[in-house]
Ligand binder design. Structure first.
Ligand code: SF4
Length: 453
């Protein structure tokens, strides 16, 4: 497993590699359409993956009238429209704005917020981080400087169950059992109160921007900063009046708090006694839990997966009626509120639309990059080949070339096209005709767990 994992598009400089970017961040957005082989592509940032019923209708209409009729779910729980015409930008923007999907044109690409998708629904987390996501989105859009963040900068809000914490956020908040919150910033961590969590996330993002500006290397994410331009996280929190305690995570160096910055007091308080700089306290082990399994979730919400990460407009509409839906980083959808029908009835209906409703259904856990015809780099028709992937316990990701775009996080089988009819399955060469058997051998059998968790 993972033996042949293709390199992720570089975000972290290798030793000796220049850290200066020679171009700006070209991430597509809702207003900045990317030209792909199959037409223009729009990426819509959906904080916490959330869409209201009205927004579901708008997105389905946009896909049908302006795009290729499909909606792709990204590995950050955002949505993509493909096959757009060159001249559709104004019409698309108007449609999205009318549905409330463009709250700030200047910030539309920086609203990258992933949050535990079932937070507040199943009683398993320690905080409703879905609400935090909305607060953080509003705070980001209200802060003019935040518009300078790159379209790749990621906020991760984990309700304490550990489902999204491993997704590699640049700024991560992890809710604790005791009501505290762990703010994780790469190798640095602080503990603070839940009431300060959203403000702390914004302060940290602005501290990164300060450091990137001082470094002048065009860094898109903190790990791209030169070592001598590390953000002053502690100073930023202190300046924002946030009480934060440095935390020593297992295996990580605790943050060094430079004098005269003091973590427990605002710096602008000259009448105070000098404050003792606290010793880092050990952090609890980071929780970890798998993504939800498709089916009926504890608490009654539904969870379904989009086949190969794409929904047709009809499949998207079939998720209604719902109070809201939440796209997940695992190319699924949490359906909140099932109307008058029973959950089992709803699930059966969604299955009839071709959605994946069981963990042992064909296509469950199978993801694939854009492949042909959307990407000229693809060496094979990976989407067609991925359709035949057998069911199995481990996720499997198909890539049309070694860039490995859109791969899921965590353990997985990697299937990499090396030519029209040749693949590597976890590094082992195989032909297209033997692909299904090779993937079946690499994926262990499905664990027949109950559908409710
Ligand atoms: S073929 Fe797939 S992995 Fe390669 S660049 Fe295109 S989308 Fe990315």
């Amino acid at each position: 497993m993972l033996a042949a994992m293709p390199p992720t598009p570089p975000t972290t400089p290798e030793p000796g590699e220049a850290r200066i970017r020679d171009r700006g961040d070209a991430c597509p957005g809702a207003l900045r359409l990317h030209l792909a082989e199959d037409g223009r592509l729009a990426r819509l940032r959906l904080p916490a993956g959330r869409l209201t019923s009205r927004q579901v209708e708008a997105l389905a209409a946009a896909a049908e009238t302006l795009g290729d009729g499909r909606i792709s779910i990204t590995s950050r729980g955002n949505a993509e429209l493909r096959g757009l015409a060159d001249d559709c930008g104004a019409e698309l923007a108007a449609l999205l704005a009318e549905a409330g999907l463009l709250p700030s044109p200047t910030h539309e690409r920086v609203r990258n917020i992933v949050a535990s998708p079932t937070a507040g629904l199943d009683g398993l987390g320690h905080a409703d981080v879905q609400l935090w996501a909305r607060e953080l989105d509003a705070a980001l859009c209200a802060e003019p400087r935040a518009a300078s963040l790159s379209g790749r900068f990621l906020f991760v809000l984990d309700d304490g169950r550990g489902d999204v914490a491993p997704l590699g956020g640049d700024v991560s908040l992890v809710a604790g059992e005791d009501g505290s919150v762990l703010l994780r910033l790469g190798p640095t961590a602080f503990r603070l109160t839940a009431a300060d969590a959203v403000r702390a996330a914004l302060a940290a993002a602005l501290a990164f921007l300060d450091a990137a500006e001082a470094a002048g290397n065009g860094a898109w994410r903190p790990q791209e900063l030169p070592d001598d331009h590390a953000p002053d996280w502690a100073g930023a929190l202190t300046a924002a009046g946030i009480t934060a305690e440095p935390v020593a995570e297992p295996g990580r160096e605790p943050v060094r708090i430079p004098e005269p910055v003091r973590v427990h007091e605002p710096v602008s308080d000259p009448g105070r006694e000098p404050v003792r700089v606290p010793e880092p306290v050990p952090a609890p082990p980071l929780p970890a839990s798998p993504p939800p399994a498709p089916g009926v979730l504890r608490g009654g919400a539904l969870y379904v997966l989009a086949p190969l990460g794409r929904l047709t407009a009809a499949q998207l509409r079939a998720l209604l009626p719902a109070d809201e839906i939440r796209l997940t980083p695992w190319r699924g959808v949490v359906v909140v509120g099932t109307g008058t029908r029973t959950a089992a009835d709803r699930l059966a209906r969604l299955e009839s639309y071709g959605l994946i409703t069981r963990p042992d259904a064909p296509g469950a856990g199978v993801t694939v990059c854009t492949g042909r015809p959307g990407c000229a780099k693809s060496l094979a028709d990976v989407r067609a080949d991925a359709l035949a992937a057998p069911a199995g316990r481990l996720p499997v990701h198909f890539s049309g070339c070694a860039r490995g775009c859109g791969h899921p996080y965590g353990d997985r089988i990697e299937v990499l096209a090396t030519g029209d009819d040749t693949y590597l399955v976890d590094g082992a060469p195989t032909s297209r005709t033997s692909l299904s058997g090779a993937v079946a051998a690499a994926r262990t059998p499905v664990d027949h767990t109950p559908h409710t968790r």
